[in-house]
Ligand binder design. Structure first.
Ligand code: FAD
Length: 453
Protein backbone atom coordinates (compact mmCIF):
# COMPACT_ATOMS: atom_id res chain seq x y z
CA UNK A 1 0.00 0.00 0.00
CA UNK A 2 1.33 3.46 -0.91
CA UNK A 3 1.05 4.95 2.59
CA UNK A 4 2.89 2.01 4.17
CA UNK A 5 5.69 2.18 1.64
CA UNK A 6 5.84 5.98 2.12
CA UNK A 7 6.19 5.60 5.90
CA UNK A 8 8.63 2.69 5.49
CA UNK A 9 10.92 5.07 3.60
CA UNK A 10 10.99 7.35 6.67
CA UNK A 11 11.97 5.17 9.64
CA UNK A 12 13.77 8.09 11.35
CA UNK A 13 10.78 10.50 11.20
CA UNK A 14 8.10 10.35 13.94
CA UNK A 15 4.73 9.37 12.47
CA UNK A 16 1.19 8.97 13.73
CA UNK A 17 -1.62 6.94 12.17
CA UNK A 18 -4.04 6.82 15.12
CA UNK A 19 -7.31 7.92 13.40
CA UNK A 20 -8.49 10.28 16.20
CA UNK A 21 -5.15 12.14 16.21
CA UNK A 22 -4.91 12.25 12.40
CA UNK A 23 -8.47 13.59 12.22
CA UNK A 24 -7.74 16.32 14.80
CA UNK A 25 -4.58 17.35 12.95
CA UNK A 26 -6.54 17.53 9.68
CA UNK A 27 -8.80 20.33 10.93
CA UNK A 28 -8.42 24.09 11.20
CA UNK A 29 -10.94 26.87 11.90
CA UNK A 30 -12.85 26.35 8.60
CA UNK A 31 -16.03 25.90 10.67
CA UNK A 32 -16.21 29.73 11.06
CA UNK A 33 -17.88 29.54 7.64
CA UNK A 34 -21.16 27.62 7.35
CA UNK A 35 -20.40 27.08 3.65
CA UNK A 36 -16.98 25.55 4.37
CA UNK A 37 -18.35 23.59 7.30
CA UNK A 38 -20.67 21.74 4.92
CA UNK A 39 -17.97 21.32 2.26
CA UNK A 40 -14.95 20.31 4.37
CA UNK A 41 -16.47 18.44 7.29
CA UNK A 42 -14.95 14.98 7.77
CA UNK A 43 -12.02 15.39 5.36
CA UNK A 44 -8.87 13.90 6.83
CA UNK A 45 -5.39 12.71 5.93
CA UNK A 46 -4.23 9.13 6.48
CA UNK A 47 -1.16 9.89 8.62
CA UNK A 48 0.82 12.67 10.29
CA UNK A 49 4.61 12.98 10.12
CA UNK A 50 6.62 15.22 12.45
CA UNK A 51 10.00 16.31 11.03
CA UNK A 52 12.69 17.68 13.37
CA UNK A 53 15.18 18.94 10.77
CA UNK A 54 15.29 20.31 7.22
CA UNK A 55 16.87 16.97 6.20
CA UNK A 56 13.79 15.16 7.57
CA UNK A 57 11.60 17.46 5.45
CA UNK A 58 13.74 16.75 2.40
CA UNK A 59 13.34 12.99 2.99
CA UNK A 60 9.56 13.46 3.34
CA UNK A 61 9.48 15.40 0.06
CA UNK A 62 11.49 12.67 -1.72
CA UNK A 63 9.21 9.92 -0.37
CA UNK A 64 6.12 11.91 -1.42
CA UNK A 65 7.49 12.25 -4.96
CA UNK A 66 8.47 8.58 -5.09
CA UNK A 67 5.07 7.30 -3.96
CA UNK A 68 2.89 10.14 -5.27
CA UNK A 69 1.56 11.02 -1.79
CA UNK A 70 -0.14 14.43 -1.25
CA UNK A 71 1.30 16.52 1.61
CA UNK A 72 -0.49 19.20 3.62
CA UNK A 73 1.77 21.25 5.89
CA UNK A 74 0.49 22.27 9.31
CA UNK A 75 1.70 24.67 12.00
CA UNK A 76 -0.73 25.55 14.80
CA UNK A 77 -3.81 24.70 12.70
CA UNK A 78 -5.49 28.07 13.34
CA UNK A 79 -6.03 28.96 9.66
CA UNK A 80 -9.53 29.98 8.73
CA UNK A 81 -10.51 28.77 5.31
CA UNK A 82 -9.63 25.11 5.41
CA UNK A 83 -6.10 26.20 4.46
CA UNK A 84 -4.67 23.25 6.40
CA UNK A 85 -7.46 20.76 5.62
CA UNK A 86 -6.32 18.01 3.21
CA UNK A 87 -8.78 17.74 0.31
CA UNK A 88 -7.18 14.58 -1.10
CA UNK A 89 -6.14 12.62 1.99
CA UNK A 90 -2.38 11.93 1.96
CA UNK A 91 -0.15 12.99 4.84
CA UNK A 92 -0.06 15.97 7.22
CA UNK A 93 3.42 17.41 7.80
CA UNK A 94 3.22 18.73 11.36
CA UNK A 95 5.99 21.33 11.73
CA UNK A 96 5.65 21.99 15.47
CA UNK A 97 8.75 19.94 16.40
CA UNK A 98 10.82 22.38 14.36
CA UNK A 99 10.52 25.17 16.90
CA UNK A 100 13.96 26.56 17.70
CA UNK A 101 15.31 30.10 17.46
CA UNK A 102 18.54 29.51 15.53
CA UNK A 103 20.19 32.92 15.81
CA UNK A 104 19.43 36.57 16.48
CA UNK A 105 21.70 39.25 15.10
CA UNK A 106 21.56 42.65 13.41
CA UNK A 107 17.80 43.00 13.95
CA UNK A 108 16.93 39.61 12.40
CA UNK A 109 15.85 36.37 14.09
CA UNK A 110 16.44 33.12 12.16
CA UNK A 111 13.71 30.80 13.40
CA UNK A 112 12.47 27.31 12.55
CA UNK A 113 9.06 27.56 10.90
CA UNK A 114 7.12 25.50 13.44
CA UNK A 115 8.00 27.78 16.38
CA UNK A 116 4.99 28.89 18.39
CA UNK A 117 4.73 32.68 18.09
CA UNK A 118 4.21 33.37 21.81
CA UNK A 119 7.20 31.15 22.72
CA UNK A 120 9.29 32.94 20.08
CA UNK A 121 8.29 36.39 21.33
CA UNK A 122 9.03 35.37 24.95
CA UNK A 123 12.49 34.14 23.99
CA UNK A 124 13.15 37.39 22.14
CA UNK A 125 11.83 39.40 25.10
CA UNK A 126 14.61 37.84 27.19
CA UNK A 127 17.03 39.58 24.81
CA UNK A 128 15.14 42.90 24.90
CA UNK A 129 13.51 42.30 21.50
CA UNK A 130 10.12 41.51 19.96
CA UNK A 131 8.67 40.60 16.58
CA UNK A 132 7.02 43.38 14.60
CA UNK A 133 3.75 41.68 13.92
CA UNK A 134 1.68 38.77 15.17
CA UNK A 135 -1.82 37.37 14.64
CA UNK A 136 -4.40 37.45 17.42
CA UNK A 137 -3.82 33.65 17.57
CA UNK A 138 -0.29 34.32 18.89
CA UNK A 139 -0.71 31.84 21.74
CA UNK A 140 -1.33 28.88 19.37
CA UNK A 141 -0.12 29.78 15.84
CA UNK A 142 3.32 29.04 14.38
CA UNK A 143 5.54 31.64 12.74
CA UNK A 144 5.70 29.63 9.48
CA UNK A 145 1.90 29.25 9.43
CA UNK A 146 1.55 33.01 9.93
CA UNK A 147 3.66 33.81 6.84
CA UNK A 148 2.13 31.01 4.74
CA UNK A 149 -1.50 31.46 5.78
CA UNK A 150 -1.94 34.87 7.45
CA UNK A 151 -1.94 38.44 6.25
CA UNK A 152 -1.22 40.79 9.14
CA UNK A 153 -2.51 41.66 12.56
CA UNK A 154 -1.17 43.22 15.74
CA UNK A 155 1.61 45.52 14.54
CA UNK A 156 0.04 46.18 11.12
CA UNK A 157 -0.98 49.71 12.15
CA UNK A 158 2.71 50.52 12.01
CA UNK A 159 4.32 47.86 9.80
CA UNK A 160 1.60 47.15 7.24
CA UNK A 161 0.83 43.68 5.88
CA UNK A 162 2.99 40.57 6.19
CA UNK A 163 3.75 40.62 2.46
CA UNK A 164 5.08 44.21 2.49
CA UNK A 165 8.79 44.23 1.59
CA UNK A 166 10.93 44.03 4.73
CA UNK A 167 8.45 42.08 6.87
CA UNK A 168 9.98 38.72 5.88
CA UNK A 169 13.69 38.90 5.07
CA UNK A 170 14.51 35.36 4.01
CA UNK A 171 13.36 31.76 4.19
CA UNK A 172 14.50 28.18 3.66
CA UNK A 173 12.09 26.10 1.64
CA UNK A 174 11.99 22.46 0.53
CA UNK A 175 10.55 21.92 -2.96
CA UNK A 176 8.80 18.92 -4.46
CA UNK A 177 10.53 19.29 -7.82
CA UNK A 178 11.58 16.13 -9.70
CA UNK A 179 14.62 16.15 -7.42
CA UNK A 180 13.38 17.81 -4.19
CA UNK A 181 15.82 20.47 -3.07
CA UNK A 182 16.48 23.02 -0.35
CA UNK A 183 16.11 26.62 -1.55
CA UNK A 184 17.42 29.62 0.37
CA UNK A 185 15.25 32.59 -0.56
CA UNK A 186 16.17 36.26 -0.06
CA UNK A 187 14.35 39.56 -0.40
CA UNK A 188 11.70 39.45 -3.17
CA UNK A 189 12.07 35.68 -3.62
CA UNK A 190 10.12 35.08 -0.39
CA UNK A 191 6.97 36.30 -2.15
CA UNK A 192 6.41 32.78 -3.52
CA UNK A 193 5.60 31.33 -0.10
CA UNK A 194 3.55 34.16 1.43
CA UNK A 195 -0.14 33.39 1.87
CA UNK A 196 0.38 30.45 -0.52
CA UNK A 197 -1.14 27.89 1.90
CA UNK A 198 1.97 25.71 1.60
CA UNK A 199 1.26 24.98 -2.09
CA UNK A 200 4.67 26.15 -3.32
CA UNK A 201 7.01 24.45 -0.85
CA UNK A 202 7.56 23.42 2.75
CA UNK A 203 9.08 26.30 4.72
CA UNK A 204 11.56 25.11 7.34
CA UNK A 205 13.16 28.41 8.47
CA UNK A 206 12.29 32.11 8.31
CA UNK A 207 14.27 35.34 8.83
CA UNK A 208 12.02 37.61 10.89
CA UNK A 209 12.79 41.31 11.54
CA UNK A 210 12.85 42.19 15.25
CA UNK A 211 12.56 45.46 17.18
CA UNK A 212 13.41 46.63 20.72
CA UNK A 213 10.71 45.31 23.08
CA UNK A 214 8.13 47.73 24.48
CA UNK A 215 6.08 47.13 27.66
CA UNK A 216 2.82 47.49 25.74
CA UNK A 217 -0.20 48.82 27.62
CA UNK A 218 -3.64 47.46 26.77
CA UNK A 219 -6.26 50.21 26.72
CA UNK A 220 -10.03 50.18 26.13
CA UNK A 221 -11.42 53.66 25.47
CA UNK A 222 -15.19 54.20 25.55
CA UNK A 223 -17.16 56.46 23.17
CA UNK A 224 -20.87 57.25 23.00
CA UNK A 225 -21.20 55.92 19.46
CA UNK A 226 -19.39 53.97 16.73
CA UNK A 227 -18.76 57.01 14.52
CA UNK A 228 -17.01 58.87 17.36
CA UNK A 229 -14.94 55.78 18.18
CA UNK A 230 -13.98 55.38 14.49
CA UNK A 231 -12.91 59.02 14.16
CA UNK A 232 -10.77 58.72 17.31
CA UNK A 233 -9.33 55.36 16.21
CA UNK A 234 -8.29 56.83 12.90
CA UNK A 235 -6.64 59.86 14.49
CA UNK A 236 -4.79 57.63 16.99
CA UNK A 237 -3.66 55.27 14.22
CA UNK A 238 -2.26 58.28 12.33
CA UNK A 239 -0.31 59.84 15.25
CA UNK A 240 3.37 59.75 14.25
CA UNK A 241 4.57 60.56 17.76
CA UNK A 242 2.76 57.72 19.52
CA UNK A 243 4.23 54.21 19.67
CA UNK A 244 1.18 52.04 18.91
CA UNK A 245 0.94 48.38 18.01
CA UNK A 246 -2.82 47.98 17.77
CA UNK A 247 -5.80 50.27 17.14
CA UNK A 248 -9.22 48.60 16.77
CA UNK A 249 -12.78 49.94 16.87
CA UNK A 250 -15.51 47.76 18.32
CA UNK A 251 -19.28 48.16 17.88
CA UNK A 252 -21.17 48.59 21.20
CA UNK A 253 -23.22 45.47 20.43
CA UNK A 254 -20.05 43.35 20.48
CA UNK A 255 -18.94 44.44 23.97
CA UNK A 256 -21.36 42.10 25.84
CA UNK A 257 -19.54 39.18 24.17
CA UNK A 258 -16.28 40.22 25.91
CA UNK A 259 -16.51 38.82 29.46
CA UNK A 260 -13.96 41.00 31.25
CA UNK A 261 -14.77 44.26 29.48
CA UNK A 262 -18.54 44.17 29.60
CA UNK A 263 -18.46 45.24 33.29
CA UNK A 264 -16.14 48.21 32.81
CA UNK A 265 -17.42 49.73 29.55
CA UNK A 266 -20.42 52.05 30.05
CA UNK A 267 -23.55 50.40 28.62
CA UNK A 268 -24.17 51.13 24.94
CA UNK A 269 -20.66 52.51 24.37
CA UNK A 270 -18.45 51.58 21.43
CA UNK A 271 -14.78 51.10 22.27
CA UNK A 272 -11.37 51.66 20.79
CA UNK A 273 -8.91 48.94 21.83
CA UNK A 274 -5.29 50.06 21.66
CA UNK A 275 -1.83 48.79 22.55
CA UNK A 276 0.46 51.76 23.21
CA UNK A 277 3.84 52.40 24.85
CA UNK A 278 3.70 53.28 28.58
CA UNK A 279 4.91 56.83 27.89
CA UNK A 280 1.99 57.37 25.49
CA UNK A 281 -0.83 56.48 27.90
CA UNK A 282 -1.23 60.02 29.30
CA UNK A 283 -1.13 61.47 25.76
CA UNK A 284 -3.79 59.03 24.55
CA UNK A 285 -5.91 59.83 27.60
CA UNK A 286 -5.71 63.54 26.77
CA UNK A 287 -6.52 62.98 23.06
CA UNK A 288 -9.46 60.77 24.00
CA UNK A 289 -10.88 63.38 26.37
CA UNK A 290 -10.68 66.00 23.62
CA UNK A 291 -12.96 63.74 21.58
CA UNK A 292 -15.33 62.92 24.47
CA UNK A 293 -13.90 59.47 25.12
CA UNK A 294 -12.47 58.01 28.31
CA UNK A 295 -10.14 55.15 29.18
CA UNK A 296 -12.17 52.46 30.95
CA UNK A 297 -9.60 49.65 31.10
CA UNK A 298 -5.81 49.50 31.32
CA UNK A 299 -3.50 46.50 31.82
CA UNK A 300 0.08 45.49 31.05
CA UNK A 301 -0.20 43.35 27.91
CA UNK A 302 2.68 40.95 28.66
CA UNK A 303 1.34 40.20 32.15
CA UNK A 304 -2.07 39.30 30.71
CA UNK A 305 -0.50 37.27 27.91
CA UNK A 306 1.76 35.30 30.27
CA UNK A 307 -1.16 34.36 32.55
CA UNK A 308 -3.33 31.57 31.04
CA UNK A 309 -6.30 32.72 33.14
CA UNK A 310 -6.25 36.25 31.68
CA UNK A 311 -6.82 37.65 28.22
CA UNK A 312 -4.65 40.27 26.50
CA UNK A 313 -6.94 42.70 24.67
CA UNK A 314 -5.62 41.62 21.27
CA UNK A 315 -7.65 38.43 21.81
CA UNK A 316 -10.75 40.61 21.32
CA UNK A 317 -9.54 42.02 17.99
CA UNK A 318 -8.86 40.93 14.40
CA UNK A 319 -10.47 37.55 13.88
CA UNK A 320 -10.74 36.90 17.60
CA UNK A 321 -13.75 39.21 17.71
CA UNK A 322 -15.67 36.63 15.67
CA UNK A 323 -14.44 33.85 17.96
CA UNK A 324 -15.71 35.63 21.10
CA UNK A 325 -19.16 35.85 19.48
CA UNK A 326 -19.06 32.24 18.21
CA UNK A 327 -18.24 31.02 21.73
CA UNK A 328 -21.73 32.18 22.71
CA UNK A 329 -23.68 31.69 19.49
CA UNK A 330 -22.60 29.44 16.61
CA UNK A 331 -25.08 30.99 14.15
CA UNK A 332 -22.80 33.99 13.48
CA UNK A 333 -20.22 34.34 10.75
CA UNK A 334 -17.99 37.09 9.32
CA UNK A 335 -16.29 38.76 6.36
CA UNK A 336 -12.83 40.24 5.69
CA UNK A 337 -13.05 43.72 4.18
CA UNK A 338 -10.67 46.59 3.47
CA UNK A 339 -12.10 50.10 3.46
CA UNK A 340 -10.23 52.54 1.19
CA UNK A 341 -7.73 54.84 2.94
CA UNK A 342 -9.17 57.84 1.16
CA UNK A 343 -12.73 58.59 2.29
CA UNK A 344 -12.38 55.90 4.98
CA UNK A 345 -14.78 57.56 7.42
CA UNK A 346 -17.39 58.03 4.67
CA UNK A 347 -16.95 54.42 3.54
CA UNK A 348 -17.46 53.07 7.08
CA UNK A 349 -20.40 55.42 7.60
CA UNK A 350 -22.07 54.31 4.35
CA UNK A 351 -21.75 50.61 5.17
CA UNK A 352 -22.95 51.00 8.76
CA UNK A 353 -26.00 52.90 7.46
CA UNK A 354 -26.75 50.23 4.83
CA UNK A 355 -26.11 47.17 7.00
CA UNK A 356 -26.07 48.40 10.59
CA UNK A 357 -29.30 46.59 11.55
CA UNK A 358 -27.90 43.22 10.50
CA UNK A 359 -24.15 43.58 10.89
CA UNK A 360 -21.94 44.31 13.92
CA UNK A 361 -18.87 46.20 12.75
CA UNK A 362 -15.32 46.26 14.00
CA UNK A 363 -12.34 47.88 12.35
CA UNK A 364 -8.61 47.18 12.46
CA UNK A 365 -6.37 50.06 11.43
CA UNK A 366 -3.37 49.25 9.29
CA UNK A 367 -0.74 50.94 7.19
CA UNK A 368 -1.50 50.28 3.51
CA UNK A 369 1.12 51.67 1.15
CA UNK A 370 2.07 54.45 3.56
CA UNK A 371 -1.51 55.50 4.31
CA UNK A 372 -3.72 54.53 7.23
CA UNK A 373 -6.61 52.37 6.04
CA UNK A 374 -8.83 50.04 7.99
CA UNK A 375 -9.70 46.40 7.64
CA UNK A 376 -13.23 45.56 8.66
CA UNK A 377 -14.21 42.12 9.93
CA UNK A 378 -17.99 42.51 10.24
CA UNK A 379 -19.84 39.86 12.26
CA UNK A 380 -23.43 38.89 11.43
CA UNK A 381 -25.88 36.03 11.68
CA UNK A 382 -25.68 33.58 8.77
CA UNK A 383 -29.09 33.07 7.17
CA UNK A 384 -28.64 31.83 3.58
CA UNK A 385 -25.82 31.61 1.03
CA UNK A 386 -27.77 34.06 -1.17
CA UNK A 387 -27.89 36.64 1.62
CA UNK A 388 -24.18 36.14 2.33
CA UNK A 389 -23.38 36.68 -1.36
CA UNK A 390 -25.61 39.78 -1.41
CA UNK A 391 -23.77 41.30 1.58
CA UNK A 392 -20.39 40.65 -0.12
CA UNK A 393 -21.73 42.22 -3.35
CA UNK A 394 -22.99 45.28 -1.45
CA UNK A 395 -19.58 45.90 0.14
CA UNK A 396 -17.87 45.53 -3.24
CA UNK A 397 -20.40 47.80 -4.97
CA UNK A 398 -19.42 50.54 -2.50
CA UNK A 399 -15.69 50.27 -3.16
CA UNK A 400 -14.86 48.06 -0.16
CA UNK A 401 -12.50 45.23 -1.08
CA UNK A 402 -13.58 41.81 0.23
CA UNK A 403 -11.34 38.74 0.72
CA UNK A 404 -14.04 36.08 0.88
CA UNK A 405 -13.42 33.74 3.84
CA UNK A 406 -16.15 31.29 2.73
CA UNK A 407 -14.13 29.64 -0.05
CA UNK A 408 -11.03 27.47 0.14
CA UNK A 409 -8.99 28.18 -3.03
CA UNK A 410 -6.34 30.89 -3.12
CA UNK A 411 -7.99 32.48 -6.16
CA UNK A 412 -11.54 32.62 -4.80
CA UNK A 413 -10.35 33.99 -1.47
CA UNK A 414 -8.33 36.84 -2.93
CA UNK A 415 -9.99 40.25 -3.39
CA UNK A 416 -9.56 40.10 -7.20
CA UNK A 417 -10.31 36.36 -7.45
CA UNK A 418 -6.92 35.66 -9.02
CA UNK A 419 -3.38 34.91 -7.94
CA UNK A 420 -0.15 36.61 -8.96
CA UNK A 421 1.62 35.02 -11.99
CA UNK A 422 4.78 34.67 -9.82
CA UNK A 423 2.88 32.37 -7.45
CA UNK A 424 1.67 30.15 -10.27
CA UNK A 425 5.20 30.04 -11.71
CA UNK A 426 6.60 29.03 -8.29
CA UNK A 427 4.01 26.26 -8.08
CA UNK A 428 4.93 24.94 -11.53
CA UNK A 429 8.62 25.04 -10.63
CA UNK A 430 8.47 23.67 -7.09
CA UNK A 431 5.57 21.21 -7.24
CA UNK A 432 4.88 20.21 -10.84
CA UNK A 433 2.96 17.08 -9.80
CA UNK A 434 0.65 19.12 -7.55
CA UNK A 435 1.32 17.14 -4.37
CA UNK A 436 1.41 20.12 -2.00
CA UNK A 437 -2.01 20.91 -0.51
CA UNK A 438 -3.75 19.79 -3.74
CA UNK A 439 -6.95 21.57 -4.73
CA UNK A 440 -6.10 24.90 -3.10
CA UNK A 441 -4.65 26.59 -6.23
CA UNK A 442 -7.41 26.48 -8.84
CA UNK A 443 -5.42 27.93 -11.77
CA UNK A 444 -2.69 25.27 -11.53
CA UNK A 445 -2.82 22.06 -13.59
CA UNK A 446 -0.38 19.33 -12.59
CA UNK A 447 1.85 17.86 -15.28
CA UNK A 448 0.68 14.42 -16.34
CA UNK A 449 2.24 11.61 -14.38
CA UNK A 450 4.77 9.65 -16.39
CA UNK A 451 3.63 6.09 -16.87
CA UNK A 452 6.44 3.52 -16.64
CA UNK A 453 7.33 1.99 -20.03
C1 FAD B 1 -9.54 33.34 16.20
C2 FAD B 1 -8.64 33.57 15.02
C3 FAD B 1 -7.94 34.78 14.93
C4 FAD B 1 -7.07 35.01 13.84
N1 FAD B 1 -6.41 36.21 13.76
C5 FAD B 1 -5.56 36.43 12.71
C6 FAD B 1 -4.82 37.65 12.60
O1 FAD B 1 -4.87 38.51 13.47
N2 FAD B 1 -4.03 37.82 11.50
C7 FAD B 1 -3.89 36.85 10.54
O2 FAD B 1 -3.15 37.06 9.58
N3 FAD B 1 -4.53 35.67 10.66
C8 FAD B 1 -5.35 35.43 11.71
N4 FAD B 1 -5.99 34.23 11.82
C9 FAD B 1 -5.63 33.16 10.90
C10 FAD B 1 -4.47 32.28 11.49
O3 FAD B 1 -4.59 32.15 12.88
C11 FAD B 1 -3.12 32.89 11.24
O4 FAD B 1 -2.91 33.10 9.89
C12 FAD B 1 -1.99 32.03 11.83
O5 FAD B 1 -0.83 32.75 11.80
C13 FAD B 1 -1.79 30.72 11.12
O6 FAD B 1 -0.73 30.03 11.78
P1 FAD B 1 -0.82 28.47 12.04
O7 FAD B 1 0.50 28.03 12.53
O8 FAD B 1 -1.99 28.14 12.90
O9 FAD B 1 -1.04 27.97 10.55
P2 FAD B 1 -1.84 26.71 10.00
O10 FAD B 1 -3.30 26.90 10.17
O11 FAD B 1 -1.24 25.48 10.56
O12 FAD B 1 -1.45 26.84 8.46
C14 FAD B 1 -1.90 27.92 7.70
C15 FAD B 1 -1.54 27.65 6.23
O13 FAD B 1 -0.13 27.73 6.07
C16 FAD B 1 0.39 26.47 5.62
N5 FAD B 1 1.64 26.24 6.39
C17 FAD B 1 1.78 26.19 7.74
N6 FAD B 1 3.07 26.03 8.05
C18 FAD B 1 3.75 25.94 6.87
C19 FAD B 1 5.12 25.75 6.55
N7 FAD B 1 6.06 25.63 7.48
N8 FAD B 1 5.46 25.69 5.24
C20 FAD B 1 4.53 25.82 4.26
N9 FAD B 1 3.22 26.01 4.53
C21 FAD B 1 2.83 26.08 5.81
C22 FAD B 1 -0.67 25.44 5.91
O14 FAD B 1 -0.62 24.38 4.95
C23 FAD B 1 -1.94 26.26 5.74
O15 FAD B 1 -2.31 26.33 4.40
C24 FAD B 1 -6.89 34.01 12.87
C25 FAD B 1 -7.59 32.80 12.98
C26 FAD B 1 -8.44 32.57 14.04
C27 FAD B 1 -9.15 31.26 14.14
Amino acid sequence: MTLDTFLNDLPHVAAQTEPAIVKRKSRDFYWYSPALKARLHGLAAQAVVMPRTTDDVLDIARAARRHNVPLTVRGGGTGNYGQAVPLQQGVIVDMTEMNRVLKVEHGVARVQAGANILALDRELRGQGLEIRMFPSTKRTASIGGFYCGGSGGIGSVRWGGLSNPGNLLGARLVSLAAEPEVQDLRDREVFCLQHAYGTTGIVTEVDVPVEPVIAWQDLAIGFADFAAATAFGRSLAMQPGIDRKLVSVIDARLVPYFPHLSDVVPPGHAIVIAMVAPAAVAVVDDLARQQNGSICYRAAMHEAEDDPTRMPLYELTWNHTTLQVLKKDRSFTYLQCLHPAQDMLESVDTMTRLLGEEVMFHLEFMNVGGQIACAGLPVFRFTTQDRLDAIIALFRAHGVSVANPHVYTLEDGSPRQQIAPELLAAKQRNDPMGLLNPGKMRSFTPVAQETPA
